[in-house]
Design a protein around this ligand. Structure first.
Ligand SMILES: [Zn+2]
Length: 302
């Protein structure tokens, strides 16, 4: 059988393999058990060059996942960081490394180590190989047909709604939200902050096109002090509709938050109004309000 040559070709091939296997075993379609899939599929399709083991290793956050050729070139080892408790993160990482194996292994001459940040590189401008592995993982674990059906009823989405999908697909909350941002026609953004500063953020295409985007990689940006992320978990509030001037100078924003117990990490989902302010309104900006917001609306898409 002719082998695919692109990440989406591979994702379609593996999705088909998974569905056929699940039907044969009379199992529910989700979640996809990527560890079993990687071992079985690679042995069937590439008996000379299979994945020989999938294993967790506590690497203390030095890397999130790795694809390592055996010294005798008899096959590959697929590793994930077992040092944290998130089942979803491990599953996504395994799918990401399986993607590298299928799409890139002929290019990999030495062990490939992927960081946690690599798992968030869904934009091809950042790093082609990492973006391809992430897009592969997302498509296999959260197939677009099912994902669209699940998210269609979300009118004003909050993180609480995405939590249920995280369990359905067994992926991390950020992976579910990024997958939605990639396909939605809503203006929305995920902001991940640590210790009160924005670590990274990613907005949907419609939001980007309306001129709202920023880069926390280039500048240090504090989360707005009146935002839920800024106020912290002590308030007990996890969803709030803000007026203009909190997250965005000109627009009110619906913010929902999840406070992760580890690493003082906060995830905010910001839902903006369906349509951005018109260009003519932009000239009415008040200069004294421009500090944080200016950085927030000016930088480059990561
Ligand atoms: Zn990678």
């Amino acid at each position: 059988m002719k082998m695919p040559t692109t990440w989406d070709g591979w994702a379609a091939r593996i999705s088909l393999y998974v569905r056929a296997g699940k039907q044969l075993l009379n199992e529910p379609r989700f979640p996809v058990r990527i560890e079993e899939v990687a071992l079985h599929y690679s042995r069937e399709a590439f008996p000379q060059d299979p994945i020989l083991e999938v294993r967790g290793e506590n690497c203390r956050g030095k890397w999130e996942g790795a694809l390592v050729p055996k010294e005798d070139r008899s096959g590959w080892g697929l590793f994930y960081d077992s040092g944290h408790s998130s089942k979803g993160r491990k599953n996504f990482t395994m799918a990401h490394e399986f993607g590298h194996y299928l799409i890139h292994r002929s290019l990999i001459k030495k062990p490939l180590f992927c960081s946690q940040h690599d798992m968030y590189a869904w934009d091809s401008a950042y790093a082609k190989m990492e973006a391809e592995a992430n897009q592969f993982a997302a498509m296999v674990l959260m197939p677009p047909d099912d994902f669209r059906d699940q998210t269609k009823p979300f009118l004003a989405p909050t993180l609480a709604q995405f939590e249920a999908l995280k369990d359905r697909y067994e992926v991390s909350l950020t992976a579910v939200v990024l997958n939605w941002l990639k396909m939605t026609d809503r203006r929305a953004m995920i902001v991940v902050s640590k210790d009160g500063f924005i670590d990274w953020a990613w907005g949907s295409e419609p939001l980007y096109k309306s001129g709202v985007y920023f880069s926390a990689k280039k500048e240090t940006i504090a989360v707005p002090s009146q935002s839920l992320a800024g106020l912290g978990s002590a308030t007990g509030v996890t969803e709030l509709r803000h007026p203009a001037g909190i997250w965005n100078l000109r627009e009110g924003v619906l913010e929902s938050v999840v406070f992760a117990d580890s690493h003082n990490m906060t995830i905010s989902l910001l839902i903006y109004p369906k349509h951005g302010p018109s260009r003519s309104e932009e000239s009415d900006e008040e200069p004294e309000l421009m500090d944080t917001y200016q950085a927030f609306e000016r930088g480059q898409r990561p």
